[in-house]
Design a protein around this ligand. Structure first.
Ligand SMILES: Cc1cc2nc3c(=O)[nH]c(=O)nc-3n(C[C@H](O)[C@H](O)[C@H](O)COP(=O)(O)OP(=O)(O)OC[C@H]3O[C@@H](n4cnc5c(N)ncnc54)[C@H](O)[C@@H]3O)c2cc1C
Length: 460
């Protein structure tokens, strides 16, 4: 049987980022990455399944200021990679203007307050309620809008659209490989067991052993965590996100809507697609979708297996249902997927708030598009956790990655690599990494954050 230092399950942007970091910045002797699909980044990392945004926290009004700070440094690592790495795929990213749009007096007031909180963190952001200025950035936001409706924006030039699928392919392509550093496609992990100090990874082709296992398998990381006896106090709320697409381009960059602080999923936004620049995409919606993987019906049963119903589960559900903003979002989103009335409801309630002149015949529900955000619910706190989660057990890590997971892929990968290098007594070239990224200034902040993550505990 082949024994590896590390086995990574999942070839999305999170698993491939770790493979890249271990291969290029540590002296690891052997590693294996196992992916069930025929290529990398085909599930949530695929450009059609996520919103393609490099989230910095500057226009995401649902983040707390602390969450915005953490998102900023995590995304700066990826920004550095995109700007300073030679030989990346063409069209892997594009720079763009971005903004968050408030519509109506109460949103305008909330946005103004948010701006005051965010300005010290993001010196470059601008606030304005002047329609002529807004028009200069995004003419269609103003065109056809009732003059009595107040609007305001926080605007930034620091926007990026990223094709995270191409990024995951590039991570593998740019990794140093040898016969002990393997990548397997078309190989599905069926079971994982731990004995004699090693993980046995049972796939549909062969069994592999590893000293450390890292599950970066999207919602399936959580499924395996439960099977191995972790995550007692956690369940997942899978939130599906669909998109509407238009037949022409309405925006220059990304236009997000204001969202209340603490809501776990981003507001509906409009932007041009990175690979279809002459269209505009509106979304994602947020619907409860009881599956672990989008368009994979069998994963409904696997989702049920992750639910161990108890009193705390019920209390958590009741507590979540008490939040009227979350309920309103989930229930209105459900109607957006319905035939005929869904499109009208979406255009009236969401799309025209951004582009008032949009006509019904210019927009359609995009088929086969959109992914699943595995939102983590803490059954002790009876709350949905904001952002990504990591469960660290005995020589095993499980990454669960709702948004802004893809933006934070290098930070999440570094956190895993840091743990692995300690456990296996490896050298990790941190200075070289941050120098290559052109981000020496954030190294200390990132390492401080990583060192405070509660390894060996459940949730971070
Ligand atoms: C609607 C939506 C919008 C989003 N927008 C953004 C955004 O704008 N910006 C952002 O940063 N993030 C966004 N996200 C989140 C982002 O898409 C994810 O954080 C990211 O793609 C997660 O990457 P991953 O590698 O963990 O998961 P995935 O890309 O899903 O990869 C997991 C991999 O594991 C493989 N796998 C699973 N089970 C097995 C098995 N048994 N054996 C072998 N392989 C297996 C799968 O095939 C898959 O390739 C969004 C998500 C959604 C759903």
């Amino acid at each position: 049987m082949e024994i590896y230092d590390v086995a990574i399950v999942g070839g999305g942007v999170i698993g491939t980022a770790l493979f890249y970091l271990l291969s290029n910045y540590t002296n690891i002797k052997s590693e294996i990455l196992i992916e069930k699909n025929s290529d990398f980044g085909m599930v949530n990392t695929h450009e059609w399944n996520n919103a393609q945004t490099l989230h910095f926290g500057d226009i995401e009004t649902n983040y707390t200021v602390e969450k915005a700070k953490e998102t900023k440094v995590s995304s700066e690592m990826l920004e550095g990679f995109l700007l300073n790495t030679k030989g990346l795929s063409r069209d892997i990213f594009k720079r763009c203007n971005k903004m968050v749009l408030a519509v109506g007096d109460s949103e305008v007031e909330a946005l103004r307050e948010k701006y005051e909180l965010l300005k010290p963190v993001f010196s470059y952001i601008r606030y304005t309620d002047n329609r002529d200025i807004i028009k200069r950035f995004e003419p269609y936001v103003v065109k056809g809008r009732d003059r009595s409706e107040s609007i305001a924006i926080i605007q930034s030039d620091n926007g990026y659209m990223v094709n995270f699928r191409l990024l995951s392919k590039d991570f593998i392509r740019l990794s140093r490989k040898d016969k002990n550093k393997k990548v397997l496609l078309n190989t599905k992990v069926k079971d994982i067991r731990y004995y004699d100090g090693l993980y046995r990874i049972y796939t549909d082709k062969a069994v592999y052993s590893a000293k450390i296992a890292v599950l970066s398998a999207g919602s399936y990381s959580f499924y395996f965590a439960k099977r191995l006896g972790y995550a007692d106090n956690l369940i997942i709320l899978p939130v599906g996100g669909n998109f509407y697409r238009t037949t022409k381009r309405f925006t220059n960059g990304k236009i997000y809507r204001v969202e209340r602080t603490g809501i776990p999923f981003a507001a509906v936004h409009a932007d041009p697609e990175i690979d279809m620049p002459n269209t505009t995409r509106f979304g994602p919606t947020a619907t409860f979708s009881p599956v672990l993987e989008v368009r994979y019906i069998r994963s409904f049963l696997d989702y049920l297996m992750t639910l161990d119903f108890n009193l705390d589960t019920i209390k958590s559900i009741i507590n979540i249902l008490r939040d009227k903003d979350i309920i309103e979002k989930l229930s209105s989103s459900m109607s957006y997927n319905m035939p005929i009335i869904g499109k009208k409801a979406f255009v009236d309630n969401e799309a025209r708030k951004i582009i008032p002149s949009l006509r019904y015949d210019e927009i359609y529900l995009a088929k086969g598009v959109g992914g699943i955000r595995p939102q983590i619910v803490d059954e002790k706190e009876h709350k949905i956790k904001l952002g990504t989660g990591k469960i660290v057990g005995e020589q095993i890590i499980f990454n669960i990655t709702p948004s802004p997971g893809a933006s934070a892929c290098l930070k999440i990968g570094l956190s895993d690599a840091y743990y692995i290098s300690k456990a296996l007594d490896l050298n990790i070239e941190l200075e070289k990494l941050f120098k290559d990224l052109g981000k020496e200034s954030i190294m200390k902040d990132i390492l401080d954050r990583i060192s405070k993550e509660s390894f060996y505990n459940n949730f971070m």
